[in-house]
Design a protein around this ligand. Structure first.
Ligand code: ARG
Length: 573
C-alpha cells in the first residue's frame, strides 16, 4: 500500500505509469532512509545523464509535490511520505470492510491433501507438520477466494496391517488392548519389528495376513477395522486440540477398487513395462527413475494409489488445483506420479503441486517410529499446555478460565513454533523457546493481542469476555473520522505501526502465492513488535481517537493473522 502511494505520487513527475513504477520501486534497506526508494538508472538513459545526476534532478522536481520528502542518495531517490497527509487515508483503508479481502482464487476449487498419517503406525512429527501447515494454508487459501476442500489421505492400507495383525495374533491380549488400545497396539508394533530381526518367519506371516486382507478375508477385515478405529480415536483427539477439521477423510483403502481401471489404462496406452518381474512406467525421457505400479506379486503400491487418488480428485471432486502437503522426502514420488499422469494425457497434471516441508527435530531428537523411542505428540501437547499454565499462574494468577487459556497458549506455541519457519527449512523445535512470552513466538503475539484488549477495555469499557481470533470474527471497532491535523500525535512509532498494518494485504497475498504460512507469521510478529514499540513510546490514552483507532486496528489484524495460522487469540492471558 505504501508502494502504491509512492507510485501514485511519482507517476506525474517521472512520466511513468504507476504499474511501471511499482516494478521499479524498492524498499530502502534501512527504514530510516524512507518509505520507498526509486532507482534512477532508467532515467539516466532517457535524460542522457549519469544516474546520480538524474536522481538529483528528480529529487528536485519532487520538492514541489505536496506530502513527500525526496532526497537523492547516489543513483537513488529516497522518499518519505508525510504522515500528516497520508495517515488518515491509510487508517481509513485499513479499517475498511474490504481491507484484506482478496479474490486470488476466484472461487476455484482447490483440494488440499494434509496430515495423512498412517494407521497402525505412530503419528509422526512429519504428520504434525503436514497438519499444521496444511490447516494454515487451508485457511489462507479460503480467505483469498478459493473454494478449499481438505482431505486426510489416511494411510489405512498396506503391509503394516499384516504386521499389526500378526503381532496381535501372536502376543495380543484383548484385556490389555481394551484398557489402553493405543499404547498396546504400539507395543505390539514395536515388538514385531524387534522380533522380526531374529525371526524371518514373522515377515512371511505378515505378508500372508496382508494378502488375506486384500482378498477380503473376514477375520483380517475385522482386525483391520479394529486397528483403524483405535488409531482414529487417538488422531481425532489430537486434531481436536489442534483445532483442525477435514472436509473428507478418504484413506488409501478408499481407492482399492479404483486402481484396476488405472492399471488397465496404463496398459492400454502401452505405458506399462516389465522390470524384474514388477510392472513400471518408464520415465527415462524425463530423467526420472521408473514409477513402480505393480509389485512382483501383482499387488498395487503407494504410487498406484496416488494415481487413482489424483484422478478421483480431478474427475469426481472437480478440483482445479491439487495440493499435497507432504514432507520433502517424497519429492521424487510426487514428481513420478505427476509425470505418469502427464504421460496418460492428463492435461491437468500441471494443476498438481507438491507442497514440501523440511524435517523437524523435537528437542534435538529425530522421531523414530519403529523403535518406540517415539515422542508421542499428545504428550508433547500436554507438556506445552502445562508449561503455559505455569507461566500464566505466575504472571496472572487471578485470570479466569486459566486452563482454557493455557490450552490455547500451549497449543498455539507449538503451531506457531512450526509455522514461523520457512516451510522448506529443517526445524529444530524447542518447547522452551516456542513458549517464551518475549521471544518470536505464538504466545508473544497472543500476549500482545491480550494486552491491547485490556488497554482498550480500560479505555473504552469494552467487554472482553470470550475471545477473538480462531472461531470468532474480529470485532470492528467504532469508525471515527480522523482529521489531518491529529496525525502529529502518532509519533514516529505510531506512523511505523500504521505502515506495518498496511502491509497485511501484501502479506496475505505473498503467503498464498508462495504457499508459505511463515509470511503471515512474520507479519504477526512484526506487527506485535511494532505495536509494543508504539505502546512504549506513546501514551495511548493521551492520543485522542487516533491512537485508540490504530490500537484497535492492531488488535483486529493480530487476531485475524492468528486465526489464519490456526491459533486462538484470547482476550486475556
Ligand atoms: N501416509 C503417507 C506417509 O505418511 C503420506 C500421504 C501423503 N498423501 C498422498 N496423497 N500421498 O508417508
Amino acid at each position: 500500500m505504501i508502494m502504491n502511494i509512492a507510485a501514485r505520487v511519482l507517476s506525474g513527475p517521472t512520466g511513468l505509469s504507476e504499474q511501471e513504477l511499482l516494478q521499479l520501486l524498492e524498499q530502502p534497506p534501512n527504514p530510516e532512509w524512507g518509505d520507498a526508494a526509486l532507482p534512477c538508472f532508467v532515467f539516466a538513459k532517457s535524460r542522457r545523464m549519469a544516474p546520480q545526476n538524474a536522481a538529483a534532478e528528480i529529487a528536485e522536481e519532487l520538492a514541489q509535490v505536496h506530502g513527500v520528502q525526496a532526497e537523492a542518495a547516489g543513483p537513488y531517490v529516497n522518499l518519505k511520505l508525510d504522515p500528516a497527509v497520508y495517515a488518515p487515508a491509510l487508517l481509513e483503508q485499513i479499517g475498511a470492510e474490504d481491507f484484506g479481502r482478496l479474490n486470488l482464487g476466484q472461487g476455484k476449487r482447490l483440494v488440499i491433501d494434509m496430515s495423512s498419517p498412517n494407521i497402525a503406525k505412530p503419528f509422526g512429527i512429519g504428520h504434525l507438520r503436514s497438519t499444521v501447515i496444511g490447516a494454515a494454508l487451508y485457511r489462507l487459501l479460503a480467505e483469498t477466494g478459493y473454494e478449499t476442500v481438505s482431505v486426510n489421505h489416511l494411510g489405512d492400507w498396506g503391509t503394516q496391517f499384516g504386521k499389526q495383525i500378526t503381532a496381535y495374533k501372536r502376543w495380543g491380549k484383548d484385556e490389555e488392548l481394551a484398557g489402553d488400545p493405543i499404547g498396546e497396539s504400539l507395543k505390539l508394533y514395536v515388538r514385531f519389528h524387534e522380533e522380526a530381526e531374529q525371526d524371518a518367519s514373522l515377515e512371511t506371516e505378515a505378508r500372508d495376513w496382508f494378502r488375506r486382507l486384500e482378498e477380503g478375508d473376514p477375520e483380517a477385515q475385522r482386525l483391520w477395522r479394529y486397528f483403524v478405529d483405535i488409531s482414529m480415536q487417538e488422531f481425532n483427539r489430537m486434531y481436536k486440540r489442534l483445532g483442525v477439521t477435514f472436509d473428507h477423510a478418504l484413506g488409501e483403502s478408499f481407492y482399492n477398487d479404483k486402481m484396476k481401471p488405472v492399471v488397465e489404462e496404463l496398459r492400454g496406452l502401452g505405458l506399462l513395462e516389465e522390470s524384474d518381474g514388477a510392472m513400471v512406467v518408464r520415465l527415462d525421457d524425463l530423467d526420472l527413475p521408473p514409477c513402480l505400479i505393480l509389485k512382483t506379486d501383482g499387488t498395487t503400491i503407494y504410487p498406484t494409489r496416488d494415481l487413482a487418488t489424483a484422478i478421483y480428485r480431478k474427475k469426481e471432486m472437480d478440483a482445479e488445483r491439487l495440493l499435497y502437503v507432504v514432507g520433502a522426502e517424497q519429492k521424487l514420488h510426487f514428481r513420478q506420479v505427476f509425470a505418469v499422469l502427464g504421460k496418460m494425457g492428463a492435461n491437468w497434471a500441471s494443476q498438481c503441486e507438491h507442497v514440501p516441508f523440511g524435517l523437524m527435530r523435537f528437542e534435538g531428537k529425530k522421531m523414530s517410529t519403529r523403535r518406540g523411542k517415539v515422542v508421542m505428540l499428545n504428550e508433547v501437547l500436554d507438556e506445552a499446555v502445562s508449561r503455559a499454565l505455569a507461566v500464566i499462574q505466575d504472571k496472572n494468577p487471578d485470570l479466569p478460565d486459566k486452563h482454557m487459556v493455557a490450552e490455547q497458549v500451549g497449543i498455539g506455541a507449538v503451531i506457531f513454533g512450526d509455522l514461523k519457519n520457512n516451510r522448506s527449512n529443517e526445524v529444530d523445535f524447542s518447547l522452551e523457546d516456542a513458549l517464551r512470552f518475549d521471544g518470536e513466538t505464538g504466545p508473544y503475539v497472543q500476549y500482545t493481542h491480550a494486552r491491547i484488549k485490556s488497554v482498550l477495555n480500560r479505555l473504552q469499557g469494552q467487554k472482553t469476555d470470550g475471545e477473538a481470533g480462531r472461531n470468532a470474527e474480529p470485532d470492528t471497532g467504532p469508525q471515527q473520522q480522523i482529521a489531518e491535523g491529529d496525525t502529529s500525535l502518532l509519533g514516529d512509532a505510531g506512523w511505523s505501526l500504521l505502515k506495518q498494518l498496511s502491509r497485511y494485504r501484501e502479506a496475505l497475498e505473498r503467503a498464498v502465492d508462495r504457499l508459505e504460512p511463515s509470511v503471515m507469521a512474520r507479519f504477526a510478529l512484526d506487527t506485535a513488535q511494532s505495536f509494543n514499540r508504539f505502546y512504549h513510546h506513546e501514551r495511548i490514552e493521551d492520543g485522542g481517537p487516533l491512537r485508540l483507532r490504530i490500537t484497535e486496528l492492531t488488535a483486529e489484524l493480530l487476531a485475524r493473522s492468528l486465526y489464519l495460522l490456526g491459533l486462538h487469540a484470547p482476550n486475556q492471558m
